[in-house]
Design a protein. Structure first.
Length: 64
């Protein structure tokens, strides 16, 4: 499933995949310049996730 999602991101121009001819096989992914435009969105999602977790913990504590 992860390989499929990575392939889709590569096809969409978000990621670049580099395969190194070593044993065991080594593969690296990096953001393209287009993919880097997603960084503010990712940061905003992280901020929201932290807010959600803090809020959710407070609700669980009050219900206990």
């Amino acid at each position: 499933m992860l390989a499929l999602q990575l392939k889709e991101l590569e096809n969409d121009g978000v990621l670049v995949k580099t395969i190194y001819p070593v044993m065991p096989p080594k593969t690296e992914y990096r953001l393209t310049s287009f993919g880097e435009t997603l960084v503010p969105v990712i940061i905003a999602m992280e901020k929201w996730g932290r807010y959600y977790n803090a809020t959710h913990r407070e609700e669980e504590s009050s219900q206990a």
